[in-house]
Design a protein around this ligand. Structure first.
Ligand code: GDP
Length: 443
């Protein structure tokens, strides 16, 4: 997700970090580039203007010119601004209050039904991790799309949640019937799937308003298809004006989608995005983290999301080592090699590429992936051929040591240099953001 934005920002900042001093001219050029990248990412014009103004004001205010590490400062300013736009920092993680009714709304095909199951599954898993169980009921009042209710029934079986089918045929009556069943049986959460249309229309909105008035759900969760770009903003605004909603789930963020949708949504509606859908499977749901997202846009990668994914796969000890490396702002080649091994255990490069620093911006094609796989194997072989000392102090790697390693790993010296520059980039980001002390939640 945000691949497009990320790609652009990465290249802008790579150029900047390579420079010793920022001049008025290259600040100007950088800001223009940022603006262009936002435009290309389908972010509405008005938002870009505001964003650029706030960044410019900060740049001027902080007297960047001639300061010690201006490139880093500029990155921080942009990071902070992005963060503010995406929802601010240090929010406590989202969790549904109990008991609650969650009415799920959105256009047809946005991913409502799938997301209902994903959220229920997510809540259940979270509870299980704390040794608890949740009494969750799934139900649907989508009488328009053939088989929509059957689809939900199937999904509920798949995740082991309860399901209730009302015999009423009127959606509002069915909703009321479902609600009394939910209360009578003492469920803790009711996820109610509603009908969608291909376009927002008055009949749909009126029906949702009636259901809302009847059930008064604590949560009205709008499912928004991130692939629809700027149009998604119009959809969100239409739902907001009529039914209203208080939370959003951005689905299909795993697709080759542009960053504009989330960015624009947060800006225009100022409502929390609490979840993002990142695939078709039930487990493909993540909490939305503004801090991580801002980091991701800037091409810093998303180490924490990666760590979370790892939790299911990787042994505790390995994780603690990585956590230590990150929290101390130190990352050795050994950690880097461990990371590559973890990746191997966790899945394909495509899934993981977006989480890795420096790789987040790549618009990955199958060809690049294959090259990437080969490169990663090479990296592992190279690190494998180093002495433990070389792994912790890559500075030791002079020409003759590189020659030796290249022979040992069966690669060229240029491959070693490529690894070292990729590694240095990662290390710089880790150090910089640790050192700033301003992003406690990030590392
Ligand atoms: P509804 O009409 O809004 O209930 O939409 P569905 O839940 O039936 O989803 C429509 C399609 O989008 C299905 O093929 C889903 O598998 C797919 N889908 C839903 N969420 C995601 C997501 O996060 N990522 C991807 N790639 N596909 C999704």
């Amino acid at each position: 997700m945000f691949d497009f934005l990320s790609n652009k920002f990465s290249s802008i900042f790579t150029t900047l970090t390579g420079q010793n001093k920022l001049t008025e001219k290259n600040i100007e050029e950088t800001l223009t580039q940022i603006k262009e990248s936002l435009l290309e990412a389908d972010v509405p014009h008005k938002l870009i203007e505001e964003f650029m103004q706030s960044v410019s004001a900060d740049v001027v205010g902080q007297k960047l010119l001639g300061s010690l590490k201006p490139g880093e400062q500029l990155i921080r300013i942009v990071h902070e601004r992005l963060l503010a736009f995406l929802g601010g920092k240090n929010q406590s993680p989202f969790a549904f209050q109990l008991p609650s009714v969650i009415m799920v709304i959105g256009l047809q095909g946005s991913g409502k039904t799938t997301s209902v199951a994903k959220m229920a599954y997510n809540v259940q898993k979270q509870a299980e991790q704390r040794g608890k169980t949740r009494r969750i009921l799934l139900a649907s009042v989508d009488f328009y799309r053939p088989a929509a209710i059957d689809q939900l029934e199937q999904l509920s079986k798949q995740i082991g949640a309860s399901f209730y089918r009302s015999s009423a045929v009127d959606p509002v009556k069915a909703a009321a019937d479902i609600y009394s069943y939910y209360q009578k049986e003492g469920f803790e959460l009711l996820f109610l799937d509603t009908a969608g249309r291909l376009h927002v229309d008055d009949t749909l909105l009126q029906e949702l308003k009636d259901i809302d008035a009847r059930l008064k759900p604590r949560y009205k969760m709008l499912v928004l298809d991130a692939m629809t770009g700027q149009e998604s903003l119009n959809v969100a605004q239409a739902f907001d004006r009529s039914v209203g909603f208080n939370h959003a789930l951005l689905s299909k963020m795993d697709s080759d989608t542009r960053g504009g949708a989330a960015f624009a949504f947060r800006y225009a509606l100022q409502k929390p995005i609490v979840y993002v859908g990142v695939g078709e499977k039930i487990a493909d749901l993540e909490l939305f983290h503004p801090e991580r997202m801002a980091g991701r846009i800037l091409g810093m990668g998303d180490m924490l999301t990666l760590a979370e994914k790892a939790a299911a796969t990787i042994k505790e000890a390995e994780q603690q080592k990585m956590h230590k490396a990150l929290t101390q702002g130190k990352l050795t080649l050994q950690d880097f090699a461990d990371q590559l091994t973890m990746m191997g255990k966790m899945g394909s490069l495509t899934q993981l590429a977006k989480y890795m620093p420096g790789m987040g911006g790549l618009n990955v094609t199958p060809d690049m992936l294959q090259k990437g796989e080969v490169e990663l194997k090479g990296f592992k072989a190279i690190i494998g051929s180093m002495t433990p000392k070389e792994r912790t102090s890559p500075r030791l790697l002079d020409a003759s040591r590189k020659q030796r390693i290249a022979q040992g790993a069966g690669v060229q010296v240029a491959d070693i240099n490529a690894l070292l520059s990729r590694f240095e980039q990662t290390q710089q980001f880790v150090k910089m953001f640790k050192g700033s002390g301003r992003f406690p939640g990030l590392f």
